[in-house]
Design a protein around this ligand. Structure first.
Ligand code: DX5
Ligand code: ZN
Length: 230
């Protein structure tokens, strides 16, 4: 069990700490939690799969005991298999990998799930929805990138909306969306079928509690028949 398997019809949001002040990480997460965040999105980048370089399992291990929110690791790294055991050890609750960075996807997803955490597959903007087909039984969620991975503050790619709809026709798995999510785009992706909203720069551009709440509420207002939850 976990965030994704227990979602039901709810729409939830969480901050991407990429846009936070890393010197005060736990405090920054707490501020978003005050705004209704239900998870923390943790972006690991290696200057290989993407050109940026961020944080890894050691920082995750420091953050996990300092927050009551589940930590969701988005691995934008080559050979994520090398890092998955350390992320599991760090206590994260979900891990998503990018198929382009993995050779033996079945094995990778099985390793994540055998570690007792939820497994996600992340699709880049032009990675076709059909690429998830044979992985579906081994997945707990799909992460749809609505920008090219690597940096915060980029412009939302509108084709994402149709892609979410297509994935929703293919399977019942919860869809997380990441990139350019703010009050204007949140309702659009929820209406298409997304339920888990990740927002970085839009949360930390101002008071994170206020901005997080506005984004979650905007998302919940967009989904016909999708319950807002608490
Ligand atoms: C981008 C990361 C995102 C990023 C989103 O590669 O995966 O999580 O922080 O940032 P915004 O919300 O600013 O687009
Ligand atoms: Zn991310």
């Amino acid at each position: 069990m976990g965030l994704f398997s227990e979602l039901g019809g709810r729409v939830v949001g969480g901050p991407s700490i990429l846009a936070a002040n890393f010197a005060y990480l736990a405090d920054e997460v707490e501020k978003a939690e005050e705004g209704g965040a239900e998870f923390v999105h943790f972006d690991a980048m290696d200057n290989q799969f993407v050109s940026n370089l961020t944080i890894g399992p050691m920082v995750a291990a420091s953050l996990v005991p300092e927050t009551s929110l589940p930590v969701d690791a988005h691995l934008m790294v080559q050979n994520p298999d090398n890092l998955i055991p350390a992320f599991l050890e760090a206590g994260v609750k979900s891990i998503s990998v990018q198929p382009e960075a993995v050779v033996h996807l079945h094995r990778t997803l099985t390793t994540i799930r055998d570690g007792g955490v939820e497994a996600g597959l992340t699709l880049n903007p032009t990675t076709p929805p059909e690429s998830i087909e044979w992985a579906i039984p081994h997945l707990d969620f799909i992460l749809v990138m609505s920008v090219n991975p690597g940096f915060g503050g980029q412009k939302f790619i509108p084709e994402t909306i149709e892609k979410i709809r297509r994935i929703k026709e293919m399977c019942d798995l919860p869809i997380q969306v990441d990139g350019g999510i703010k009050t204007e785009t949140a309702p659009l992706v929820v209406k298409a079928g997304a339920q888990v909203l990740v927002a970085g720069s839009a949360v930390y551009k101002g008071d994170p509690a206020v901005e997080m709440r506005r984004i979650i509420e905007a998302g919940r207002s967009g989904g016909p028949g999708v319950g807002g939850g608490e």
